[in-house]
Design a protein around this ligand. Structure first.
Ligand SMILES: NC(=O)CC[C@H](N)C(=O)O
Length: 358
């Protein structure tokens, strides 16, 4: 019989039903999304985390590759009240342990009370509680994964939309979701996807209209190269960022970031635009937040639940960022116009550029 143990920080071990074998460790987080398990399980921002679905039945509309955000599953393990056979088989084929028949309400309550916590998992014919506790013992905190970008980024520049006539975007890939590239290409941009540790010369060689910092896993303070790129290019090149990208831009321009207790993960996080007074529903997946924007950025949008910054604008420079995921996938598409606003920065710059003397 397949045993399945989930060891929580502090040493409490929960037993469940094994759906995909293996051992794993990672930071235990939860998403409240009721759809979008294909997108969430392939979102690189979940690297080194164990994802608990609070929605009770995961898999009831199958598993379709066209919904994937990347070419592999990123959470180290997945937990649910019930996984369908489709999802269990997919996770097994990816070597990602899965456990269900868990009281996920209790797990979510624990995470809300104690904060995102370390976790060890053991699933298999002969595994014991000790195996899960051993994984827990070896588990690192998210900030201790100091080179996590290397696990999720491209190895070399990759170009999408090469035949497009619009803006040239240098997208620094700290674990970019495919939908970010798709949203830009659909708006006629040529997207140059660069490694997370790209050098200033690599960006300069593209002479981009926009420097765009992607989403990605872990602590923004660990992305020193991307922070340096923003500092180097912001004077002359408009800068945009999504999620980790917002945090990196804040770190670069004199602001600060901090770890949240349990973060925001779901598809119905309410965000207030401070200028228009409008509230939109957004998709989110983050455990860190901007603490102080600093003097070069102003907060334009906030989370209605806890007032954390959801949108930043440059005070002097052309900068716009979002903490949530305007590209949706999963979740509501109400904020896709962020990509129009980003590309408008490139148009504006082109129209105000001083023509070179012939
Ligand atoms: N989706 C993301 O980009 C996540 C950002 C960052 N790793 C966090 O957890 O806050």
């Amino acid at each position: 019989m397949t045993q399945a143990y989930v060891a929580l920080e502090g040493g409490h071990v929960i037993e469940g039903r094994g759906r995909a074998p293996g051992t794993a460790r990672g930071e235990l987080v939860f998403t409240t999304a009721y759809t979008g398990y294909e997108e969430s399980l392939t979102d690189p921002s979940y690297e080194e985390q164990i994802l608990t679905f609070s929605y009770p039945l995961i898999g009831n509309y199958g598993v379709r590759e066209e919904r994937f955000e990347d070419d592999r599953v990123h959470p180290r393990a997945a937990l649910a009240k019930e996984f369908t056979a489709d999802v269990a088989e997919w996770l097994e084929s990816e070597g990602v342990p899965a456990v269900d028949h868990l009281d996920t309400r209790e797990i979510v309550t624990d995470i809300r009370d104690e904060g995102a916590m370390k976790c060890g998992i053991a699933v298999g014919e002969d595994v014991t509680e000790e195996d899960a506790l051993e994984q827990l013992e070896a588990c690192k905190g998210m900030s201790e994964h100091t080179d996590i970008g290397a696990q999720v980024s491209v190895d070399e520049e990759t170009v999408y939309g090469a035949d497009n006539d619009g803006a040239d975007v240098a997208l620094v890939d700290c674990g970019a979701k495919g939908s970010i590239v798709d949203s830009l290409v659909a708006r006629d941009a040529t997207v140059h996807v660069l490694p997370y540790d790209a050098a200033a010369d690599d960006v300069a060689a593209i002479d981009p209209d926009i420097l765009f910092i992607s989403n990605g896993p872990g602590d923004p303070a660990n992305y020193e190269q991307a922070i340096g790129l923003v500092q180097e290019f912001v004077e002359d090149t408009p800068v945009a960022g999504i999620c980790l990208g917002q945090q990196i831009v804040a770190e670069a321009l004199g602001g600060s970031t901090e770890k949240m207790t349990f973060g925001h993960r779901g598809v119905n996080q309410p965000v207030l635009d401070l200028e228009s007074g409008q509230v939109v529903m957004t998709t989110q997946n983050h455990g860190y937040t901007v603490a102080e924007p600093g003097d070069h950025l102003e907060v334009t949008q906030i989370n209605v639940n806890d007032d954390t910054p959801e949108g930043l604008d440059g005070v002097v420079h052309d900068v716009i960022t979002r903490q949530y995921h305007p590209e949706a996938n999963p979740g509501p598409e109400d904020t896709l116009d962020f990509f129009d606003d980003v590309l408008a920065m490139a148009d504006e710059r082109a129209s105000t550029a001083v023509p070179a003397d012939d």
